[in-house]
Design a protein around this ligand. Structure first.
Ligand SMILES: NC(=O)c1ccc[n+]([C@@H]2O[C@H](COP(=O)([O-])OP(=O)(O)OC[C@H]3O[C@@H](n4cnc5c(N)ncnc54)[C@H](OP(=O)(O)O)[C@@H]3O)[C@@H](O)[C@H]2O)c1
Length: 299
């Protein structure tokens, strides 16, 4: 069983590599330095050379605001890269596990989005990811596209790291309180993907297609920031909690418009794979404990 992980140095990629090895799979892990996904011939040649049993694509262009100006790069990585991988998988008759985003939706639905709801991305990142989903679905039968949201981990830059840095520096922070979504620990997403890999390994029947998976419960960015500071305070990473002022999206303009509600309904993956949503607060605790051990936020 050879698992090829693309985008291995990212938040999700790092967790996937660790956990794939722990599960005993032969794991081939590459990032941008070893394989540029936007190069079709090298991607196809690499897959043909490695001969994996399954590919997990954790690579993406994830700079949501920068994508508004770096449009070609966003589409190259998020649309063309998955297409080239899907073509390689089709040729080798192997499955592709691909990751997408809650930002394919416009956020106007008041309740959690289903896999069958119509996407309507509000920015370049969301559009490029949606086109990646479509390219995979059109090219390959054996694929899983997993839409997730608000990813955090101990590696890389993310909301948790930003809030902790600001909380160390300031007594008061302002955080948007009118956007709802579900924080998701990269460790939990990795476990979900590897559960599916295990099914492939055991040759179990799989209903291929599009699934939603996020942490639980859905909250606002403001409530997420409050929880981060509270947990960091309890673990002794913060000596005092800052006042976190709730503000509107209006007061915090960004290059890319974000969906107001991007909570994803995750019942389908539970039905098909018996995978339940993890409580992201447990994942957050893991991340904070790791940072504490590494003295990452000590003053
Ligand atoms: N982050 C979130 O909040 C979020 C939310 C919803 C969905 N998602 C999706 O979840 C998945 C994982 O996200 P993540 O947060 O783990 O992303 P990440 O930390 O930004 O990692 C992405 C990785 O892809 C690599 N990469 C970029 N361009 C590449 C290329 N041309 N060829 C090969 N590798 C390339 C990056 O390398 P460099 O760093 O060298 O560029 C990076 O290591 C993505 O599909 C993302 O769209 C993320």
């Amino acid at each position: 069983m050879t698992v090829l992980i693309i985008g291995a140095a990212g938040q999700l990629g790092t967790e996937l590599c660790l956990r794939s090895k722990v599960r005993g799979y032969d794991t081939v892990a590459v990032d941008y330095n070893e394989l540029d996904l936007t190069n079709e011939s090298s991607t196809q040649a690499f897959v043909a050379q490695v001969k994996p049993t399954v590919i997990i694509n954790a690579a993406a262009y994830t700079a949501v605001d920068r994508a508004e100006t770096e449009i070609a790069s966003a589409f190259a990585v998020n649309r063309d890269g998955p297409l080239y991988l899907a073509k390689s998988c089709a040729k080798a008759d192997i499955p592709l596990l691909h990751i997408s985003t809650d930002y394919v939706f416009d956020g106007k639905k008041p309740t959690p989005y289903l896999e069958t709801d119509t996407p309507n991305p509000q920015g370049v990142y969301g559009q490029s990811k949606l086109e990646g989903e479509i390219a995979v679905a059109r090219t390959l039968n054996k694929y899983i596209t997993l839409r997730t949201a608000w990813v955090f981990s101990a590696t890389g830059n993310n909301f948790v790291r930003t809030i902790l840095r600001l909380a160390k520096e300031r007594d008061e922070l302002s955080v948007v309180a009118d956007q709802t979504g579900a924080p998701t620990w990269a460790g939990d997403i990795a476990e979900v993907l590897l559960e599916i890999v295990e099914r492939i390994h055991q040759s179990k029947t799989i209903t291929w297609g599009l699934y939603h998976y996020t942490g639980s419960p859905a909250i606002t960015w403001h409530a997420f920031a409050e929880t981060i500071c509270q947990q960091a305070f309890e673990l002794g990473i913060l000596r005092k909690k800052p006042f976190i002022k709730p503000i509107s999206s209006y007061e915090y303009p960004t290059a890319a418009k974000r969906p107001q509600n991007s909570a994803l309904a995750c019942a389908l993956i539970q039905e098909e794979f018996l995978i339940s949503q993890a409580d992201w607060r447990k994942g957050l605790e893991q991340v904070l404990i790791q940072w504490k051990k590494n003295n990452e936020f000590s003053t």
